[in-house]
Ligand binder design. Structure first.
Ligand code: AMP
Length: 230
């Protein structure tokens, strides 16, 4: 399958919708840069800076970190040359104000947002995915106890180290993240619907099925070649 043009997309959906998983698949298939604000913020925390400590307090509780912090990081990342052939924004924007800041930056940079893919996901599936998620502390690879199990239980296939659980995947924090999503992020669906950019897919599907549906959307919008064999 061949990419016909620059593809800039936003993946939207609640925590546990599978945005990160789809981003990894789309990156591999179409050579797009995966920009995950959650990953960027976790990196900052790992570095142990004062800034990292400040944002950790928000993240551990499942609250959003302040808009200006996230927006400036995303805009800086998108200005690097490896972002010019296309970007998958995963976890950004999360508020209407972030969406407006992104719009301003895209106009300034003469770039276009091609689609916003909304992974509509039931609460039951989202909770089940988040509670079973495990991460390799070395390479960052994501697993799931039943959906994507490692070859040896609880051990990373690549690094051989013990997998960990994200602090914010603890049940109480998951509940709060879903409430925050409901309050803050849902507004974005209407925002992008008004702009005719919103494309809804079924986030309850398996990763492989959902990836196929997204490829169909890309084809229908002329972003990838029609005669691809995906
Ligand atoms: P995620 O990895 O996308 O689930 O994000 C984990 C956490 O990072 C969220 O619960 C927020 O605390 C923070 N975060 C990630 N993206 C954003 C964003 N766009 N705006 C504010 N906070 C964010």
């Amino acid at each position: 399958m061949t990419k016909k043009q620059v593809i800039n997309i936003v993946l939207l959906g609640p925590p546990g919708a599978g945005k990160g998983t789809q981003a990894v698949l789309l990156k591999k298939a179409y050579g797009l840069l995966h920009v995950s604000t959650g990953d960027m913020l976790r990196e900052a925390i790992k570095e142990g800076s004062k800034f990292g400590k400040k944002i950790q307090a928000f993240m551990d509780k499942g609250e959003l970190v302040p808009d200006e912090v996230v927006t400036s990081s995303v805009i800086k990342r998108m200005a690097k040359p490896d972002a010019f052939s296309g970007v998958i924004l995963d976890g950004y924007p999360r508020t209407r104000s972030q969406a407006e800041s992104l719009d301003v930056s895209l106009v300034e940079e003469k770039r276009t947002l091609n689609m916003v893919i909304y992974l509509k996901t039931s609460e039951k599936v989202a909770i089940e995915r988040l509670s079973g998620r495990r991460i390799c502390p070395e390479c960052g690879k994501n697993y799931h106890v039943t959906n994507i199990p490692p070859k040896t239980p609880n051990i990373c296939d690549t690094c051989g180290v013990k997998l960990t659980q994200r602090v914010d995947d603890a049940p109480e924090t998951v509940k709060n993240r879903l409430v925050v999503y409901e309050n803050e992020t849902k507004d974005l669906i209407a925002y992008y619907e008004e702009k005719n950019l919103l494309y809804q897919v079924n986030g309850d599907l398996s990763a492989g099925e959902l990836f196929k549906d997204i490829a169909v959307l890309f084809k229908s919008e002329g972003l990838i070649d029609d005669n691809s064999d995906e």
